[in-house]
Design a protein around this ligand. Structure first.
Ligand SMILES: Cc1ncc(C[n+]2csc(CCOP(=O)(O)OP(=O)(O)O)c2C)c(N)n1
Ligand SMILES: [Mg+2]
Length: 617
């Protein structure tokens, strides 16, 4: 039994028939295809999509953005669903590279189908072809190799028979997932082949929950029982693995406190008795002080980025050991930890059983309680600062947090807001806090918000975006209007880069080149440039208004809730009203020699701080 189809038609038919199943619930893996057509895909994948109307096609405005939308969709779906992305050859394809890197670093599945140059070669160089005098076996799509977890180029129609199953294996593997790139030469897309019907039958990929190895598990229990000051670091794996209830019970039963990474925030509700909030560079005093003293760090579903480890200065107890519960042995082995390679939920349930009767001592418990109490007071203080006008970013976060419902989602990616949100946002639902902080991509915010809304239209989505990020990529507002996927976008307008401006000052460079100002004789130091974000957003089809106070912001957000169309609320803030760091540090190397006194002073402080960096061997 065969079906005569073009390569592109067979790919789309195959993708439509892929399902995943976890815990007995089955769903189609691909919810449709995003794309922008050009000569490199219009007659191939474009034609195939045209004759497959039950596989939704979404036209977006920028190829990088659509990969962010697909990633956010996948992240919101706990990696159990994603979207396909199709592009033309050349710039359409390479526009996806930033999105691919972000997906791979964040370990979320996206399937990318860039068009590629002719396999037939006789008409080369074709429009947009990168030529090489050294080989004909190269194209711009080779740039996807390091940012893809699986990469392939399809020179012959029958190659998809072995390539597509491999692509699915990687996409649905919690340990291996990331961007998968199948580069599709323009001519091959349109070539026909007699495909075996079996390729196009329904296939169900089961997402497993592997149990820990018995011996490693025995040691893990021993290590926890022997510890006196254990600390859990909850990463994204807790949420993707739907292990949040298991973690909540485990923490309540054992009394072990929990600190959260950016990807892991929301693992516990902020008012849980063991919740210390954010961990690391952008962490709370409780999390960072207890991390410093911990004799056992239990990392669950975390990849220990430098923001989590405070550039390897976070854990200072000379006897500290790491127990890493992770689906990927790559992460489980970090910091010479005891690797418990397993599904987070299963591992936590089995550990809870084996640790019956174990509890941290009362002194430790009361310290945790005190840290929690003091932190809630600090959050209240920053949420209600009465700064300005212009008001502070902390106040903006407080208002959005208060106005949003417990199931609503806040999304952010770059600038000073991720750190402030990590500290100040009171998460009430495992899917309520969505930060892309693996790649921290300016421009993810609005595109990502669209993916979140598509994944769960029942929730309001609050996009928190700095003016810098907004200027980099706001055009998907038009796509949100086109699709009727309403977003509430808060543009925090501080006329430049509060984040990097602050960092530049800390490095002794005085904020050089980080504010939006007219050029004057002294450089970019003239009057601030007024960008009319309200007019810009309105021109893309959004409702838009400017507010100045906490009260006006709350009112605008309430009004936005009642509308079906995307709303943009622009709020000017004070670029210099920053939330401080708490008990932590980040390694940003300072110039070793300089004519500038401030740089020399920063270098001295830097060298002293770096002394605390440790190898965990
Ligand atoms: C694509 C990209 N380019 C550069 C950076 C480096 N960077 C990090 S934050 C930032 C400034 C962000 O400005 P804005 O969105 O206004 O946020 P603010 O710092 O003012 O909070 C820059 C340039 C980045 N993260 N992503
Ligand atoms: Mg800014």
């Amino acid at each position: 039994m065969t079906r005569r189809l073009t390569t592109a038609q067979a790919i789309i038919a195959f993708l439509q028939n892929q399902h995943v199943e976890r815990d007995g619930v089955e769903r189609p893996f691909f919810a449709g295809c995003f794309g922008i057509f050009g000569h490199g895909n219009v007659a191939g994948i474009g034609q195939a999509l045209h004759q497959a109307p039950d596989f939704p096609y979404y036209l977006c405005r920028n190829e990088q953005a659509m990969v962010h939308t697909a990633s956010a969709f996948a992240k919101m779906s706990n990696r159990l669903r994603t979207l396909v992305c199709t592009t033309s050859i050349g710039p359409g394809a390479t526009n996806m590279i930033t999105g691919a890197a972000a997906a791979t670093i964040n370990r979320v599945p996206v399937l990318l189908l860039p068009g590629d140059i002719f396999a037939r070669r006789n008409v080369a160089p074709v429009l947009q072809q990168l030529e090489s005098p050294a080989t004909q076996d190269i194209s711009v799509n080779d740039c996807f190799r390091p940012v893809s977890r699986y990469w392939d180029r399809i020179y012959r129609p029958e190659q998809i028979l072995t390539s597509l199953p491999e692509a699915m294996r990687v996409l649905t593997s919690p340990a291996d997932t990331g961007a998968v790139t199948l580069a599709l030469p323009q001519d091959v897309q349109a070539e026909a082949f007699d495909y075996p019907a079996a390729l196009l039958e329904k296939r169900v990929w089961t997402i497993q929950r592997p149990r820990p190895d018995a011996e490693m598990f025995r040691r893990a229990v021993e290590w926890i029982r022997a510890s006196r000051s254990a600390l859990i670091i909850a990463g994204g794996g807790v949420i993707y693995g739907e292990a949040t209830d298991a973690l909540s019970r485990f923490a309540a039963q054992t009394g072990i406190p929990v600190a959260e990474t950016q990807a892991g925030k929301g693992s516990l509700c902020y008012d849980h008795g063991q919740a210390l909030g954010a961990m690391g560079v952008t962490g709370t005093p409780g999390a960072n002080i207890l991390a410093r003293e911990a004799d056992l760090v239990i990392g669950i579903g975390t990849r220990y980025s430098d923001f989590t480890t405070a550039s390897k200065t976070a854990f200072q107890n000379p006897a500290v050991r790491f127990l890493n519960i992770n689906i990927a042995d790559f992460d489980a082995c970090k910091h010479s930890g005891l690797p418990l390679v397993a599904d987070a939920r299963v591992a936590l349930e089995e550990l809870a059983q084996a640790l019956q009767g174990y509890r941290v001592d009362d002194a430790y418990r009361s310290r945790i309680g005190l840290f929690r109490l003091e932190w809630e007071k600090e959050v209240d203080r920053i949420h209600n600062l009465d700064h300005g006008p212009p008001i502070s970013q902390g106040e903006v976060i407080g208002v959005v947090n208060k106005v949003s419902g417990p199931r609503d989602v806040v999304v952010c990616a770059a600038g000073s807001m991720p750190g402030d949100l990590h500290k100040l946002w009171r998460a009430r639902d495992p899917k309520g806090y969505h930060l892309e902080y693996g790649y921290s991509t300016m421009g993810y915010e609005i595109a990502g918000g669209l993916g979140i809304k598509m994944a769960d239209p029942s929730r309001e989505v609050y996009v928190m975006v700095g003016d810098g990020s907004y200027l980099m990529m706001a055009q998907e507002i038009a796509t949100s209007v086109q699709e009727g996927h309403k977003l509430t976008i808060v543009v925090v307008d501080n006329r430049g880069f509060s984040s990097i401006g602050g960092l530049s000052r800390a490095c002794g460079s005085g904020g050089f080149g980080t504010e939006y100002r007219y050029r004057s004789s002294g450089g970019l130091t003239g009057d601030p440039i007024e960008v009319d974000y309200v007019a810009n957003a309105a021109s893309l089809g959004a409702r838009a208004e400017r507010v100045h106070t906490r009260g006006e912001l709350a009112q605008a957000l309430e009004a936005a809730r009642g509308h079906d169309r995307t709303s943009v609320v622009v709020v000017p803030t004070d670029i210099n009203a920053r939330v401080s760091g708490y008990e932590s540090w980040w390694d940003v190397p300072i110039a070793e020699v300089s004519e500038v006194e401030a740089v020399r002073a920063a270098r001295q402080a830097y060298l002293a701080a770096r002394e605390k960096e440790r190898y965990y061997l």
